[in-house]
Design a protein around this ligand. Structure first.
Ligand SMILES: Cc1cc2nc3c(=O)[nH]c(=O)nc-3n(C[C@H](O)[C@H](O)[C@H](O)COP(=O)(O)OP(=O)(O)OC[C@H]3O[C@@H](n4cnc5c(N)ncnc54)[C@H](O)[C@@H]3O)c2cc1C
Length: 539
C-alpha cells in the first residue's frame, strides 16, 4: 500500500531542510527525500543574510550559526591584492562581529557561516522535530499528480527498493534542473550561463601565515588580466576556497592545474591539502512558473544567480519560509483557494531582482581595469595600482554593499493578492532606510522591546495583530479570525518607539513576519480583511 503523507520534500540541501524546519515547527508532518548521505563537502554559500539570520533566530539556531565557523574578532574586510604575498591594491573595511555592535535595523545581522557548517545545523534542527522524517540515500524518480495530490516513485539507493509515496503536496527543493521542475514542464527564463567557474576547497595553515594583510573574508586577486579570482577565508583559521572566474567550458576537475592556481594566488609556493575541486556554471535563470495546485519548486530549482552578492541560498530560504506557513494553512484547513497562488506572486519578483543584483555585482567585479603592469616593481606598475584603486573607490562610492542589504531585506509583497494594499506610496526599496520601513507586504520592522527581545520575536507562529494604542477597539478583527479558523493573537505594545516605527495603531502580521494590513482603526469589513489574508477573497 502506498504511504500517504501531508508534504513530501524532494532535496535535502539548505532550502529543503529550511522547509522541513518551517513545517516541523508548525507540527506539520513531512518527509524529506535526499539522494545524498547528508554530508556536505563543498562550502558554497559563505554568508547568511540578515533575513536568514532572523529566521534562524526563530528556529532557535542563530546562536549556533554565529559560533559555527568564523572567529568573532576577525574583521570581515574585502581586500584587493596582486597575490597574498604581493601588493595590496584596495581595502573595503568591515568591522568584526565583536566590534559591530547593535545594527539598529535587526536583532541579528549577517554572519559568515558557509554551507559546510550551516547545512549540518539545519539538518540537526530538522531531525529534532517530531513531525519531520528525513530519508537520505533516497531518490525521487518520478511522480504523477491527480486531484488527490502527487504520487511519487522513490527508490532507496542503499537497498534498491522502490515504493510510492502519495502526498497532499510535493515541493521540489532539488536544485538546478531538478526532476520536479522538469516534470512540471516549466522552463527557465534568463540569459543562462554567464561564465564557467571552478572552486578549489583546501586546508592550509601556512597560507594564513605567509602574508601581511591580516584576516579578511574576501581576498580579491588581480593580475595583469584583471580580477581573476576570489580567495575566501572559510573559517578564519585554515580552510579556504579559491574561486576562478573565466574558465573554458570543458575544464575538468581532474586535469586542472590546481597547484598552479594556488601558487599564483599565494604569490609563492606553500603547503596545502586539497579537499575538493568543483567546476560549476555561473547562471542567471528564473523558472517561468513556481508550480501549481499541489506541486511547487523552491530554491535553486526555481532560480540560479551568480554567487557575487551572496543572494542564492538566502533567496531560497525566503522561498521556504513563504511556502511553509501557506502549506500549513492549507493542511490545517484555513487557507483559501488563492493562498498558494500567492507564493509565486510574492517570491518570483524577489528572485528576479536578486538575479539582477548578483549579475550587476559580477559585472562590476570582473570589469575592473586590467593592466599588465599591475604587479610590476616600476613606475608603470605604481601608476597601474593607483588607477585601479581610484576606479574601485569611485565605484564603491555607489554604496554597493548597502544596496545588497536593502535587496536582502526590503523586498515587499505589495502586489500580492493576499496583502491589503497600503495607504502610503511604495517605499524606494534601494535606499538604506528601506530596511526599517513598515509597509503592507514588507517585513515587519525590528525594534527592541527590552534587552534581548525584538519585535520580531513576537511573530512566526500565528497571525499577530499588533496594537500600539490599547484604547483602540480591535475586537472586530479578533472576532473575525476564529470565525474563519485563522489563528491570531492580539499583542499590545506600549512603546513610543515601536508606535513611531510602525506608524499605524494596528498592524496585522503574517506568520512569516510580513505585514498583511495596517490601519489606525479596524476596517469596516473585518471578515473581508481576514479572508484576503488567508487567500479566500477574489481581487
Ligand atoms: C561557489 C558557490 C558559492 C556560493 N555562494 C553563495 C553565497 O555566498 N550566498 C548564497 O546565498 N548562495 C551562494 N551559493 C548558492 C548556494 O549554494 C545555492 O543557492 C544553494 O545551495 C541552493 O540550495 P538548494 O537547497 O535550493 O539546492 P541544492 O543545494 O542544490 O540542494 C538540492 C538537493 O536536492 C537533491 N536532489 C536532487 N535531485 C534529487 C532527487 N531526484 N531525489 C532526491 N534528492 C535530490 C540533491 O542531492 C541536493 O542535495 C553559492 C554557490 C556556489 C556554487
Amino acid at each position: 500500500m502506498a504511504l500517504k503523507i501531508p508534504v513530501l520534500i524532494c532535496g535535502g540541501g539548505p532550502v529543503g531542510l529550511a522547509l522541513a524546519i518551517e513545517l516541523g515547527t508548525r507540527a506539520i508532518e513531512c518527509t524529506l527525500v535526499e539522494r545524498g548521505d547528508g554530508n556536505v563537502t563543498v562550502p558554497k554559500m559563505s554568508q547568511l543574510s540578515t533575513r536568514t539570520m532572523e529566521f534562524c533566530r526563530r528556529w532557535g539556531i542563530a546562536e549556533e550559526a554565529k559560533k559555527a565557523g568564523w572567529p568573532e574578532q576577525h574583521p570581515g574586510d574585502f581586500i584587493y591584492l596582486t597575490s597574498m604575498a604581493g601588493r595590496e591594491l584596495f581595502r573595503q573595511r568591515f568591522a568584526s562581529y565583536a566590534e559591530q555592535g547593535d545594527l539598529g535595523y535587526t536583532p541579528d545581522g549577517p554572519r559568515q557561516c558557509p554551507q559546510i557548517f550551516f547545512d549540518p545545523i539545519l539538518l540537526r534542527r530538522a531531525a529534532s522535530l517530531p513531525s519531520v522524517t528525513l530519508r537520505h540515500r533516497t531518490e525521487l524518480e518520478s511522480f504523477e499528480a491527480d486531484a488527490h495530490g502527487p504520487h511519487a516513485r522513490v527508490t532507496s539507493l542503499q537497498s534498491g527498493a522502490g515504493e510510492t509515496i502519495s502526498a497532499d503536496y510535493l515541493v521540489g527543493c532539488d536544485g538546478f534542473d531538478g526532476p520536479v521542475r522538469k516534470a512540471l514542464r516549466t522552463e527557465y527564463e534568463g540569459s543562462g550561463i554567464l561564465s564557467y567557474s571552478l572552486s578549489i576547497f583546501f586546508r592550509s595553515k601556512a597560507l594564513g601565515e605567509l602574508h601581511d594583510k591580516g584576516w579578511g573574508r574576501f581576498y580579491r586577486l588581480v593580475d595583469g588580466s584583471g580580477h581573476w579570482s576570489d580567495l575566501i577565508a572559510i573559517d578564519g583559521r585554515e580552510l579556504w576556497r579559491l574561486t576562478l572566474f573565466h574558465l573554458d567550458p570543458d575544464t575538468d576537475a581532474d586535469s586542472f592545474d590546481v597547484d598552479g592556481a594556488l601558487r599564483h594566488a599565494a604569490g609563492r609556493p606553500f603547503s596545502y591539502e586539497v579537499l575538493s575541486v568543483l567546476p560549476w556554471k555561473r547562471r542567471e535563470l528564473v523558472a517561468k512558473s513556481y508550480g501549481r495546485e499541489r506541486v511547487f519548486i523552491a530554491g535553486d530549482a526555481a532560480h540560479q544567480m551568480s554567487p557575487t552578492g551572496g543572494l542564492g541560498m538566502n533567496t531560497g530560504i525566503g522561498d521556504a519560509v513563504d511556502l511553509g506557513w501557506k502549506l500549513a494553512a492549507m493542511l490545517q484547513g484555513w487557507g483559501g483557494p488563492r493562498l498558494l497562488n500567492s507564493y509565486e506572486v510574492e517570491r518570483k519578483p524577489v528572485a528576479v531582482s536578486s538575479v539582477a543584483a548578483s549579475n550587476e555585482t559580477y559585472v562590476h567585479e570582473t570589469s575592473l581595469p586590467a593592466n599588465p603592469a599591475i604587479a610590476e616593481d616600476s613606475a608603470a606598475g605604481e601608476r597601474a595600482r593607483q588607477e585601479f584603486a581610484a576606479a574601485l573607490s569611485a565605484r564603491r562610492g555607489a554604496g554597493n554593499e548597502r544596496l545588497h542589504e536593502s535587496i536582502k531585506l526590503a523586498y515587499c509583497y505589495e502586489s500580492s493578492p493576499v496583502i491589503w494594499p497600503d495607504d502610503k506610496a511604495p517605499a524606494p526599496s534601494k535606499s538604506a532606510g528601506a530596511v526599517s520601513l513598515c509597509r503592507s507586504g514588507a517585513r515587519a520592522p525590528h525594534a527592541w522591546l527590552r534587552p534581548g527581545v525584538s519585535t520580531l520575536d513576537l511573530f512566526g507562529e500565528d497571525f499577530v495583530l499588533l496594537r500600539c494604542a490599547r484604547a483602540i477597539d480591535a475586537s472586530s478583527i479578533v472576532d473575525a479570525a476564529p470565525r474563519r479558523g485563522v489563528p491570531l493573537k492580539l499583542i499590545d505594545v506600549e512603546s513610543p518607539d515601536v508606535a513611531a516605527l510602525y506608524e499605524r495603531r494596528l498592524t496585522l502580521i503574517r506568520p512569516d513576519g510580513h505585514v498583511a494590513w495596517r490601519g489606525d482603526d479596524c476596517p469596516a469589513d473585518a471578515i473581508a480583511l481576514v479572508d484576503r489574508a488567508r487567500g479566500a477573497l477574489a481581487d
